[in-house]
Design a protein around this ligand. Structure first.
Ligand code: ATP
Ligand code: MG
Length: 656
């Protein structure tokens, strides 16, 4: 083993076959893989026909100036027309686009024809406020229909949006508004969170105050959601109701070039300063739509789809706002948290709307495991036919729990690996084809070329570990980092420049069948006595112990071994009573040694009440590394809940 490969130690041999009826009627089959392998660009050219083009493209891909790609050259389209108007024109205007469920229990049903009217009104109003094609708009909203409407209205005008997660502070908002030079901010007075109205507008006011005279913002458009008091600056603030509500529902969409910028989305910042990822129109929408159709086997006549992601995360962009609407889906949109007013809220919603396709993150699944199987068991979840997972590796134990307790042991799970940068699914099972293995994202989506390479860029054989790369450009790839071409080239294309591979920054292994297992960030890989160990494998081993609900491991400097494994665990609610914490910790250390090997045995295990997570549920290991190495905790501005680090450090002080 060289220092550069990641030790490949864990073993998992359960597999799940696709259900026969699903396989027999699947949108994508083995033949899809074969066709795409034979003619990759031809496959993507065919997928682009899922969209309605105003001017047809003349070339699928122009890659003459790598790493700057042009997909569907010469083609022109309007993204919002594709997501909304064409369904109305095709006779599906009365079809429900969104079943909105507010946290306090208010609901709204929005058909495609109503969506078309509201997106048109918003587009007219935003134009009135002086926004032109190419101007940037920041969106800082709760999960309410107006958030989706605002995004689609920007897309309709060719005004790139940047959505900032509503849980972020005014600092995070100010830096993003500043970085992309947003002329307009769309926000709300507040939203409902854990049973209470939570204000948003004050953070916008603070952000603008911080930017001062340099602020690019000319107007703030405010949706009234909670009715709470807001400070008002009559020079720039305008109520949504007053301008959007009064605008005409007639708006003619203009066709833009396939490469016209659609949005800038900032990454979650787990490995450093967030990067403003630029996505464009034709290629992005093609892959968002094709993956929604293929990965979720979406059947427009019968499926009801629900993705629990926030729109402030790329998953909310590709798999709420763009992919599903381009495919004419009926969706659930839910404003709140899973435990308000009770811990069965999500399951109640699934039963109420007959949700068939459900997409969430492993962190949520582990939370439900912690709460216990009796909660989903109280609800009728038999409508579900496919479950999805995104954001990080799903530990095999969590996968099996999800499949059994939410999916009734019947539903395939699609574990989708992708990034803000990739725009859409890259590695995933296909529900009607793949014999899935819990914990593996399996293989590249049709038309996506994935490999695992060693330090020199040479593909590792089956059974080996190394760096995950994408070896060919793909339609929904990022086009650059906003305003920083050098950082774009440096971050993604310099590591394997000679080979021309995209460097994803994740470690991975290929098993004996060639299936891909994600091993965590290359930045998070631990080096213990010369063995490079995967965070994902050790965390999965910890989670496979009945007393552990969640786990995060990091490498901390160690005099003898270079680095040592330090684990942070949340115990399950039932765990506490079986002997003291010391016994539990000793048992866990031995459990890891048994599951993975003595080299992976944590030097130290700290029991904590919470883990620091981003908006998408990713654990911020770099902050835990600071704790493990007794340093001041670093930049925590992109945490979903910024008080968590205090909770952790204070708890450790009192327990030691
Ligand atoms: P930053 O790049 O600023 O650190 P980030 O990478 O956390 O932010 P995202 O683009 O939201 O922001 O996350 C992409 C990463 O999430 C992937 O690189 C991978 O590490 C992880 N990931 C996403 N889905 C999966 C999955 N199904 N299995 C394993 N890892 C996943
Ligand atoms: Mg990243």
């Amino acid at each position: 083993m060289t220092d550069e490969t990641i030790s490949n130690l864990a073993h998992e041999d359960r597999t799940f076959e696709p259900p026969a009826d699903l396989a027999a009627n699947a949108n994508f089959t083995q033949a899809t893989y074969e066709a795409a392998a034979k003619d990759r660009l031809g496959f993507w050219g065919d997928q682009a026909e899922r969209l309605t083009w105003d001017t047809p493209f003349t070339e699928v891909l122009d890659w003459t100036d790598p790493p700057f790609a042009k997909w569907f050259v010469g083609g022109k389209l309007n993204v919002a027309y594709n997501c909304v108007d064409r369904h109305v024109e095709n006779g599906n205007g009365e079809k429900v686009a969104f079943h909105f469920v507010g946290e306090p229990g208010d609901t709204r049903t929005i058909t495609y024809s109503q969506l078309k009217d509201e997106v048109s009104q918003a587009a007219n109003a935003i134009t009135e406020l002086g926004i032109e094609t190419g101007d940037r708009v920041a969106i800082y909203m709760p999960m309410i229909p107006e958030a989706v409407i605002a995004m689609l209205a920007c897309a309709r005008l060719g005004a790139p949006h940047t959505v900032v997660f509503g849980g972020f502070s005014s600092d995070a908002l100010a830096s993003r508004v500043d970085d992309c030079g947003a002329k307009l901010v769309i926000t709300a007075d507040g939203g409902y969170r854990r049973g209470n109205p939570s204000a948003l507008k004050p953070a916008v006011d603070e952000a603008l105050a911080k930017l001062g005279d340099d602020s690019p913002v000319e107007n703030v458009l405010v949706v009234k959601r909670t009715g709470q008091d807001v400070a008002w600056n009559g020079d720039i603030d305008v109520w949504w109701d007053e301008v959007v509500g009064e605008s005409s529902t007639d708006h003619t969409p203009e066709a833009f070039d396939a490469e016209h910028p659609l949005y800038v989305m900032y990454t979650s910042g787990t490995t450093g300063k967030p990067k403003g990822i630029l996505h464009t129109s034709g290629g992005y929408l093609t892959q968002a739509a094709a993956t929604f159709h293929g990965t979720f086997d979406h059947k427009p006549e019968t499926d009801v789809y629900w993705c629990t992601a926030d729109i402030g995360w790329v998953t909310g962009h590709s798999y709420i706002v763009y992919g599903p609407t381009a495919e004419g889906a009926t969706q659930v949109l839910y404003e709140g948290t899973p435990d308000t007013p009770h811990k069965g809220r999500w399951w109640e919603i699934i039963a109420e709307y007959g949700v068939t396709l459900f997409y969430t993150a492993p962190t949520a699944v582990r939370t439900f495991m912690k709460w216990g199987r009796q909660i989903p068991a109280e609800h009728d979840l038999t409508s579900l036919r496919i479950l999805g997972s995104v954001g990080e590796s799903i530990n095999p134990e969590a996968y099996v729990w999800y499949r059994d307790n939410v999916g009734g042991g019947r539903t395939p799970i699609v574990d989708t690996w992708w990034q803000t940068e990739t725009g859409a699914h890259m590695i995933t099972p296909l529900p009607g084809v793949t014999k899935a293995k819990p914990g593996s994202a399996m293989i590249g989506f049709p038309g996506v070329s994935i490999d695992v390479v060693d330090d020199a860029g040479v593909p590792v054989p089956n059974g080996g570990g190394g760096y995950l790369v994408v070896t060919e450009p793909w339609p929904s790839m990022l086009r650059t980092i906003w305003g920083d071409e050098e950082r774009y080239k440096e971050t993604y294309w310099s590591r394997f420049e000679k080979q021309g591979y995209y460097f994803a920054g994740d470690g991975a292994k290929k098993d004996d069948d060639g299936a891909i297992w994600l091993l965590g960030r290359v930045d998070d890989v631990m080096n213990v006595s010369g063995h490079r160990l995967s965070t994902t494998e050790i965390e999965s081993a910890l989670v496979s112990h009945p007393s552990v609900a969640e786990a995060a491991v990091v490498g901390a400097a160690d005099e003898t071994t270079g680095q040592a494994v330090v684990a942070f665990v949340i115990l399950r609610e039932s765990a506490g009573d079986e002997g003291g914490t010391d016994d539990a910790i000793a048992a866990l250390r031995n459990h890891v040694a048994k599951e993975i090997g003595p080299i992976a045995k944590p030097r130290q295990i700290m029991v904590v009440p919470e883990l620091p997570k981003t908006r998408s549920g990713k654990i911020m290991r770099r902050l835990l590394r600071d704790v493990a190495e007794n340093r001041e905790v670093g930049d925590a501005t992109t945490l979903a809940d910024s008080s968590v680090m205090d909770l952790i450090t204070q708890g450790l002080k009192t327990s030691s």
